[in-house]
Design a protein around this ligand. Sequence first.
Ligand code: NDP
Length: 287
Amino acid sequence: IVAARIIDGKALAQQVRERLAVESAAVLAKTGVKPGLATILVGDDPASHVYVKNKQKACELAGIYVDDHKLPASTSQAELLALIEKKNADPKIHGILVQLPLPKHIESRVVLEAVSPNKDADGFHPYNFGRLVEGNPVFEACTPKGVIKMIESAGVAIEGKRAVVVGRSNIVGKPLALMLLQRNATVTICHSKTKDLAAVCREADLLLVAIGKAKFVTADMVREGAVVIDVGTNKGPDGKLCGDVDFEPVSQKAGWISPVPGGVGPMTIAMLLDNTVESAKRMAGMK
Ligand code: NDP
């Protein structure tokens, strides 16, 4: 048995950051302004603070200006909307990130729709989601965009392949299925009500898993030689971070597989930066 080749998201993210550093410098040279990302964090959820810090660090490495806003949990929805309005109008800002989850008294949907679709670096605005459905995307959601880049980096063609996406959330499964469709895969979307999930998964040339259940996908669910991308981030029985795929046995059967950690996670952050730089280039008439 030949073990699967690894799709190294960490190394790929590093390459993306290096490319973006060059592009950011070009934007600065042309416009006198660096690409800029406003990060907005409300409340004191410790995990959210870590995520935002990692995103900010990655921005700095890629020559992106970070405009940091940390607001207390008591911030009202109106105050948050006023800040977003200000950032929508700020010429130094090309992307706006509102870290989720927001405190319960704030309606996430209203907030995400208040972000200008032209600065929607996370790709969560219904306008951008609609553009993706049309097959004519502008800002694409970061996690699925990163998954596509990972498949492409392996030199695997998407066109004509049988793709099975497990999970149908608005931030991962659904947009990922649409991105695969746009690239001419034949796409099946599975969810918690899917009957005989294992049989459907076994049909996949490309198996993309985003459900949030530790080691759920076992080797018997995977076709020999399939490309397996694991989006899940779970705490395993040993307390360590693990994916939705049972990595060791599945890697004996798959052709390509992405690990957790070091797979989709770093690429998600890299795509946030990519969206910000792309936005700055669009605004500068450079693309
Ligand atoms: P959600 O909880 O929003 O969605 C989970 C999806 O999985 C739902 O569509 C659900 O089905 C489906 N599902 C749950 N259990 C099963 C099952 N037993 N069989 C088949 N389908 C099932 O999760 P997200 O999409 O937000 O995230 C998924 C995972 O990816 C999580 O582990 C999350 O932490 C991780 N993640 C990682 C990111 C990264 O950067 N690495 C970024 C975003 C997410 P139904 O709709 O029927 O309920």
